[in-house]
Structures are given as structure tokens and as C-alpha cells.
Design a protein around this ligand. Structure first.
Ligand code: NOJ
Length: 737
């Protein structure tokens, strides 16, 4: 019976296509080709001319070019599928793309252009620090500008849709993808989501510098059990609403063009088959007007997740749940026709999904300008401004974790630069680097230190050991140069493939060989500066006590060496602060600042280790001293419909000019739903000249800043006592009706 239906539907499609073969009478310029009409009018007109088969093809995405993703490296695809909606475009210039677009437009009955997407996670060719590091800058404007650079390079290279930003709140550093997001806090992630969407999309998607953004991975992916990628997540409705959904709501409000459904199962229903989340929440409650794309093969994976028996059922479940475009696995292409013929999928749902996709093609201006201009490299990538911005972003995202006795900035005659990261450029790029190349990385740490200090300081170098393994044969050479130096700069860290997708680790500790190298160097008695390059928070409990200073440089991208050298020399005053907690040990996971209140806050600690993290969320030192005045609020009672302007003065009492970020937290000790011990509500970064002071303001709006959300996603505001906190300053506030 099923086969009969399938045959009937195929016959029906071909019949219809034949009947409608003439898209419009000769001489007629159809309405949808008139750029003067609204997008809605154009979509409706085009849709009315399409056959069901043409519509279904629009709902599919395939791959084009040579895959540079470590998962599928080298896989080449130039398969031409006439009428398909979109391709993931792996090449780094527009030539292949344009040739396929040309081929498509030659055969397309209605002249519907293809849409080309790609993973641009922290830059296209100008590689910026990983997003986790970018968040440590606490500079959303800079994050937006970095995304705008990535957009410009991508669009001018033939990509008009990026699968970014990743806005999964992540609190388990074992999960490799923690590198791709903005850290542990829902508010901060929301702010960076908005900045990224604005940077990518600009004010006009049809501009040759703009791309469509994609919020991913909707939702709860960051909670994969044990930090193992692709695993199921169990999340309470309460946590879903107060922690994991807010960044998506913010991104949708900011106008993100698309959303990607996640791989993970969420509370028994895979995210890609989750009608409640995709349709009831995203499309209905939030009125999301763009389209939802499934993650790579995620529709077919509904079979391995145990909710679909075959690809047809998988197609049905994903499409009925609200996924508009199927990435790569052709479940939609091969089965939606039959599902419509069987009456399981209404044509109205097909029309809705197609309309969402066509609308984006119109907004991107693809009907008017389907081809990307084929520019030479020096006009589209690695432009001086792009590199300048990458330097700035790296400078602001590095975090000075420790600086005992003012060891930094460096003041020495001879410095030994030791460790597997010391003269390495590859791993500075970090995971998922789009078209980033090692040769674009402007020098290793060692190269840049020599450049920065010139003749003022001597630098000696030895790797000492590899990133992992147990070969200690290089220790002796490292020891020998260490003996000759006044200060040791130990450069340790992770390879770029140790984080990102499918890169989970059971421990946050560096491999034993790296710790052993540092321990061995300590025997020289020389002061140690530890420089870390990694894609996740690290377990540093064994090596932190041996170091006098620690700089977290993260995976800083192509200009990272220069930025680090500037920090070590004191040319740049570090201003990064952690966007994610560094637990003391891996066993403390989960460990994040905004945990819910405990029944016995003074008990329940670990017997064998401290319960405090090594470095808390928001930690980050400067070469200067910032002194905080008292928190000032004009009155301590406020009505629900009032606003209150709080302020605090910060004085730069040291000798360095510097930037300081003030984090404003709120806590509600008694509420009908237990709330986190404190919640970030606002942050601001300002430049403060040495010897001057600046006022930081927070305009508190009760509806926005004191309210909470329940397990059904309904926001409520309760009268009573609240606290506002900045650092160790705390002030009480009464909310009345
Ligand atoms: C799988 C990843 O989870 C997702 O982030 C990415 O955008 C797609 N593959 C496409 O490459």
C-alpha cells in the first residue's frame, strides 16, 4: 500500500511539473521577480507557481567542495542536485559556488537561486580567538565586529549563511564544544548572541558584507551527559527555561535568520523531533520568522536515537516537529512526497517551510544578485583591518589568572621559553577554523617575544616535551636553558583537535608529561610564568602552586602571539575575565557560579578536596589596581513599574592605564521558586586612565532584572527583598507593588 502511494505521488509530481513546465507566459515578468515588492508578496507569488516536487527539493541541503572539517576531512562532493535548496560550501573562494549557481539557474524552471552555508565559528580566514575566549573580553561590541569581519570574508568568498553563533550554555569543560560557546552564564551568552547576530547580519542581509546567522544547537546540547558529545541530555523544565533557552530567545529577538536543531535527545525526545521546543516555543511563543535547519544527518539519526524505525519515519517526525530544512541525509528529499500523498504531512506545512526558506533567499538579495563577486584574495581576506581587530580581540580575551609579586610584566635579562606551545603556531588556531591556515598565524609565542622585546631581552627556547606521550628526553635541554635564564615562560596547553566537536576528554588536566615538565623546571628555583593555550577550563591544582604568574591565552587565533607578547611586555594591560569557572579538580564538575541555593550551605562539602573552584567566574587580574567605591542606589524601595539607576565608582589606583569590567549580580533569597545564589544581570567594560576614576551605571528594571521564569516559561515578578552585588559589595533593595 505504502509503495502504491509512493508511486502515485511520484506520478503526480512529474505530471504536475510537466503541466507547469512553462513557469509564466512569455513576456510576463512575474511578481516574485520584482524587487520592488515585499518579501511576503514575492514569496507568496513564487510559492503559487511551484510544484510539490520543487517545494520539497528546497527543503534539503547537500554538500559542495572539499570538506575541511576534521570529522570528514578531504571528503569531496560536487554532486549537482537540480532544484535543491542549499549546499554547505567547503571551498574558500566563490568560483565553484558560482559555477554551480550558474548551472542551477540554467535549469531551474523558476530561477530559484541556491543558498550556500558554512561553519564560520571564529572567523573565516582571519581566525579570531575561540568564542569561549571572546566572551572573556566582556566586550560585546568587539565580538560583534569580529563577526562582521567573518561575515565580510565569508560573503565575499561565496558563503551567505553561517552556522554560528553557538549559544549553548556549557558548564562541563569535558565537553569539547565548550570552546565554541560563550561560557557558563545565560545572560552573558544572550548578550554575545545578540552581538554576534548583529555582527553577522548587519542592517541589510543583501549587503555584500552580510551573512545570515544561525543560532545553534537548539537546545540543551551543552548538557550532554558526562561531557560526551552527542549523548542524551536530561534537563528539568525549570532549568531549560531559566538557563538554556534564554540565549535563544535573545538571538531570535535580535532577528537571527535561522536556528539549527541539536543532535541531542532532550528528556526523551530528540531535539530534532521536538514539537514542543521547535514549534510551540520557538515558532509560536517566540514568533520566530526564519527557518530551522537540522544538524548534519540529525534527521536520519532519529533512527539511532530510537524514535524512528526508518528514514521515512525520521523525515515525518522531524518535519512535523518543525525542522524546515534537512541537512545532508536526504530524508526529506526521498520521503516527504510520499508522506504528503499519504495525508500524513499537510501541504500547508510544506508551504510554510518553503516560504521560510524562500524568504531568506529574497532577503539575502540572491534573486537579484545570485553570484558572489570573484575577488582576488588580497581584496577579501586577511585585510589589515581584519588582522588589527583579531589582535585587539586576542588582547582583550586573554586572562591574567595569577601574578604574584608583580612578576609580570617581564623584567629580566634572559628568559627561557619552554614547552610544546612555545614555538607552535598550529594549535593557536583552535578548533573548527573554517579556512584558517597555519601559515596565516603571525608567529609563535617565541617569535613574538623576540619581536616585541628586540634587543632588550634574550630569549632561549626548548620544547622540553610534546603535548602528550611520555618522552622526557627533551627535559635535559629545557633544564639547561632554564639554568641560564632569570625567568621561565612555560607554554603548555592543548592541541586544537582536543576541543570542538567530537572531542570530549575525561579530565580537564593537561597530560602528565606537561605537568612533569613544569615540575622539573621548578627545581631550578627560577620564577615561572605559565602561559596556557587551550579550548576548555583546565584542572591546574598540581601546577598552579608552582607558578608565580599564569596567563590564559586560550586558542587566540592568528594574531595571538603578538597579543600575548604585548601582555608579557606590559604594552598591553590584560583586561580579560573568565566567562567560565576553572574548577580545582575535574571531580568538582559540575561547577559554576550560579548554582541554586543549597539546603545546608555550610555543609555537604567534599571531604577530600575544597569545594571552591580554583578560579571563579569573572576572575581576571590587571597590572593596575582597581578600587571599588560603595554601591550607590538613590532609594532602597522601588515599585514594580519603576526604574532605578545604581552606580559604583571605580578608581584606577595603580600606574597602568587599564580596562575594567564591572559585573552586576542580583539575588533573591526568598522566592516561590528557588533561584540561583546570584545571577548576572548586566556588565560593562570601561577604560580608566591611571589615577582617575569612572562611574559605572546599571539601570535596574524590575520586570527585566528582578523577575524569574517558571517551568512553563512564564515570567513572574514577586515583591520582597533582593540584593544587588558588585564584587564583594552588596546592597539591599525592597520591591513593592
Ligand atoms: C555538525 C555540527 O554539530 C554543527 O555545529 C555544524 O554546523 C554542522 N555539523 C554543519 O557542519
Amino acid at each position: 500500500m505504502k509503495t502504491l502511494f509512493r508511486i502515485c505521488s511520484i506520478v503526480l509530481f512529474f505530471g504536475l511539473s510537466f503541466l507547469l513546465d512553462c513557469a509564466y507566459p512569455a513576456g510576463e515578468i512575474p511578481l516574485y521577480k520584482d524587487a520592488g515588492r515585499t518579501v511576503d508578496e514575492r514569496v507568496a507569488d513564487l510559492l503559487s507557481r511551484m510544484t510539490l516536487e520543487e517545494k520539497i527539493l528546497q527543503l534539503n541541503q547537500y554538500i559542495l567542495g572539499e570538506n575541511s572539517n576534521v570529522n570528514n576531512i578531504g571528503e569531496v562532493s560536487d554532486t549537482f542536485i537540480p532544484g535543491i535548496g542549499s549546499y554547505i560550501y567547503f571551498n574558500d573562494n566563490a568560483v565553484l559556488r558560482n559555477s554551480l549557481q550558474r548551472r542551477e539557474l540554467e535549469v531551474s524552471r523558476l530561477g530559484i537561486p541556491l543558498l550556500f552555508g558554512f561553519d564560520v565559528i571564529h572567523g573565516f580566514r582571519t581566525i579570531f580567538p575561540i568564542p569561549l575566549a571572546q566572551a572573556c573580553s566582556w566586550n560585546p561590541e568587539l565580538v560583534g565586529q569580529a563577526c562582521a569581519v567573518a561575515a565580510q570574508e565569508a560573503r565575499m568568498s561565496g558563503v551567505e549563511w553561517v552556522f554560528s553563533p553557538m549559544i549553548d550554555v556549557a558548564r562541563d569543560g569535558r565537553w569539547g564544544r565548550v570552546a565554541e560557546g560563550y561560557g557558563e552564564d545565560p545572560y552573558a551568552t544572550s548578550v554575545f548572541a545578540v552581538a554576534a547576530v548583529g555582527g553577522y547580519q548587519g542592517s541589510d542581509l543583501s549587503s555584500p558584507r552580510s551573512v545570515a546567522a544561525c543560532l545553534k544547537h537548539f537546545v540543551g546540547y551543552g548538557l550532554s551527559q558526562g561531557g560526551r558529545d552527542y549523548e542524551a541530555t536530561d534537563v528539568s523544565p525549570q532549568a531549560l527555561w531559566d538557563t538554556y533557552l534564554p540565549p535563544y530567545e535573545a538571538g531570535v529577538c535580535a532577528g537571527a535568520a535561522t536556528v539549527m536543531s541539536a543532535f541531542n535527545d532532550i528528556n526523551g525526545t530528540p531535539a530534532t523531533a521536538n514539537h514542543y521546543l521547535l514549534t510551540e516555543v520557538l515558532k509560536e511563543k517566540w514568533d520566530f520568522g526564519g527557518f530551522v535547519v537540522a544538524d548534519w544527518n540529525a534527521v536520519e539519526q532519529l533512527i539511532s536515537q530510537g524514535v524512528a524505525a526508518d528514514k521515512k519515519e525520521a523525515a515525518y517526525k522531524a518535519f512535523a516537529a518543525g525542522v524546515d530544512m534537512d541537512m545532508k541525509d536526504f530524508c526529506y528529499k526521498d520521503h516527504l512526497g510520499a508522506l504528503v500523498a499519504e495525508g500524513k504531512i499537510p501541504v500547508a506545512r510544506i508551504d510554510e517551510a518553503v516560504a521560510n526558506i524562500l524568504a531568506l533567499k529574497f532577503r539575502l538579495g540572491l534573486f537579484e544578485q545570485p553570484y558572489a563577486v570573484e575577488l582576488p584574495e588580497d581584496e577579501r581576506i586577511l585585510l589589515p583591518y581584519n588582522k588589527e581587530l583579531a589582535t585587539k580581540m586576542a588582547e582583550e580575551s586573554m586572562v591574567l589568572l595569577k601574578n604574584d609579586n608583580g612578576l609580570l610584566p617581564l623584567c629580566a635579562k634572559t628568559v627561557a621559553v619552554i614547552g610544546p606551545m612555545a614555538d607552535n603556531r598550529e594549535h593557536m588556531l583552535g578548533s573548527w577554523t573554517a579556512h584558517g591556515r597555519v601559515e596565516d598565524v603571525e608567529g609563535s609565542i617565541y617569535d613574538n617575544l623576540q619581536k616585541e622585546f628586540g634587543k632588550k631581552m634574550d630569549f632561549l627556547y626548548a620544547a622540553g616535551c610534546g603535548f602528550d606521550g611520555d618522552d622526557r628526553s627533551g627535559f635535559a635541554e629545557a633544564r639547561a636553558i632554564a639554568e641560564q635564564a632569570d625567568v621561565l615562560v612555560l607554554c603548555l596547553g592543548e592541541k586544537n583537535a582536543w576541543s570542538g566537536e567530537n572531542a570530549s576528554r575525561s579530565t580537564l588536566a593537561l597530560p602528565a608529561i606537561q605537568e612533569a615538565l613544569l615540575q622539573d623546571m621548578k627545581k631550578t628555583g627560577k620564577p615561572i610564568v605559565l602561559v596556557l593555550s587551550n579550548g576548555r577550563p583546565l584542572e591546574l591544582c598540581r601546577i598552579e602552586p608552582l607558578c608565580d604568574a599564569i596567563v590564559e591565552m586560550w586558542q587566540p587565533g592568528i594574531m595571538g602571539g603578538k597579543a600575548l607578547a604585548g601582555i608579557l611586555s606590559g604594552r598591553i594591560n590584560p583586561s580579560g575575565k573568565l566567562s567560565i569557572t576553572f574548577p580545582l579538580t575535574t571531580g568538582q564538575i559540575p561547577m559554576y557560579y550560579n548554582t541554586r541555593q543549597s539546603a545546608r550551605p555550610f555543609q555537604g562539602k567534599y571531604q577530600d578536596i575544597p569545594t571552591e573552584p580554583l578560579y571563579a567566574f569573572g576572575h581576571g587580574l590587571s597590572y593596575t589596581t582597581f578600587e571599588y567605591g560603595d554601591l550607590y542606589l538613590p532609594k532602597d524601595t522601588i515599585r514594580k513599574n519603576e526604574k532605578l539607576r545604581l552606580e559604583i565608582q571605580v578608581t584606577n589606583a595603580g600606574n597602568f592605564d587599564g580596562k575594567e569590567t564591572v559585573h552586576w549580580f542580583v539575588s533573591d533569597p526568598t522566592c516561590s521558586i528557588s533561584r540561583p545564589v546570584k545571577e548576572l544581570k548586566f556588565f560593562e567594560k570601561q577604560f580608566i586612565e591611571a589615577g582617575t576614576c569612572r562611574t559605572f551605571y546599571f539601570e535596574l528594571i524590575p520586570e527585566r532584572d528582578l523577575s524569574f521564569v517558571n517551568a512553563q516559561g512564564e515570567r513572574f515578578l514577586e515583591t520582597g527583598t533582593y540584593y544587588v552585588m558588585v564584587k564583594d559589595k552588596k546592597i539591599k533593595l525592597e520591591l513593592i507593588d
